[in-house]
Ligand binder design. Sequence first.
Ligand code: UD1
Length: 421
Amino acid sequence: MDKLIIEGGFPLHGEVAISGAKNAALPILCASLLAETPLVLTSVAALKDIDTTLKLLDLMGVKVERDGDQVTLDASEVASFEATYEMVKTMRASILVLGPLLARFGSARVSLPGGCAIGSRPVDLHIKGLQAMGAAIHIAHGYIQASTLHLPNRRLQGARYYMDIVTVTGTENLMMAAALADGTTILENAAKEPEVVDLADCLNKMGANISGAGSDVIIIQGVEKLNGAQHNIVCDRIEAGTYMVAAAMTGGEIKLTNVQAHLLDAVIEKLREAGAQVSVDGESMTVKSNGKLTAVNIRTAPHPAFPTDMQAQFMAMNAMAIGVSKVTETIFENRFMHVQELQRLGADISIDGNTALVQGVDHLDGATVMATDLRASASLVLAGLVARGETVIERIYHLDRGYELLEDKLTALGAKVKRAS
Ligand code: UD1
């Protein structure tokens, strides 16, 4: 298993191009199942989760062609409507095939995701939403078996559905299903994340009739059929945020390109509060700091509030900032797995329920640590970049799921990072 070896203490300088967002690409790849002609996507990052999704679609009969960051998906001859446990346990987002399969083919069999490192993460709202659209759903032997065969023309029926928790993939699954439903669907308390908006934009290019994406009420007027289209995936705001924190922590200066600053408002505000300088110029952004940061309180919440996917990185930043901070996680019940690892590097953090109390320390010391999930791994990389001596991060396959060319990008910025088996 690969590990990452980082020699800390080098301020990052230079330019880094931000990749297309993993969390936008995953639902949009699955949306290809809705189309009768090929969907062409660009800015599809080379990531493990993308590979997994393409494999899943390939197993269903979607013809996949990949050329650099361009992927063409032809779902004109889908033969299997199943996502097996083997696939779903590798990547929870596989659940995103449920809505499209059911809407277009009237049948889907998708494994329940089961537990995950950051909490129980149920999919009950995905299921209830589809039931509200008339789907017959049975859960047996660990699988969700869904059908529309009893419905008029075997089509899902538009419905009004209120999600009592804001769910990103839940909103996406239901939006995709509703795109081909009979009649109008109104999703209330919908997720407002930029990735939901990107999916809606792509679906509309494919012929869907969706309005309100980006607000908490999304209205989907079902259409008879969807076709392929061309779409460029939105930038990865979490990858961007991670490099921004890297610049701030190491006391460097990084210019990020291919980035939409307005998607990062909450992160930018917190970095400025910590003492970093952030300037925006069109689709690029510069982050500069002298490395002496002030601790900032963080409270995660659905977009546009501070993203849970940036919580671990800010925890690493606070660990070496001046003062005490509170980091409160309100989205996932067990998303402090990085705390114990940061403690191994010398961080002073205590946890009380869903809040971590971080007392900034003068320095961190390199050690061997273990990555536990994607963003936890990112926080360890950030800590490694400033820790004294060598930090060895084990189980970095988590990082490969979500950060394109991480070592290359960091090395180009002046970090001392290498991968070893
Ligand atoms: C997505 C992102 C993930 C991010 C998260 C929150 C993708 C592929 N992943 O995950 O990176 O951390 O949003 O921004 O886009 N919940 C239920 N029932 C459901 C669905 C969700 O109770 O049916 C709960 C979850 O347990 C969690 C909360 O709702 O506590 C939010 O989760 P959700 O937004 O669904 O996360 P994901 O879409 O899985």
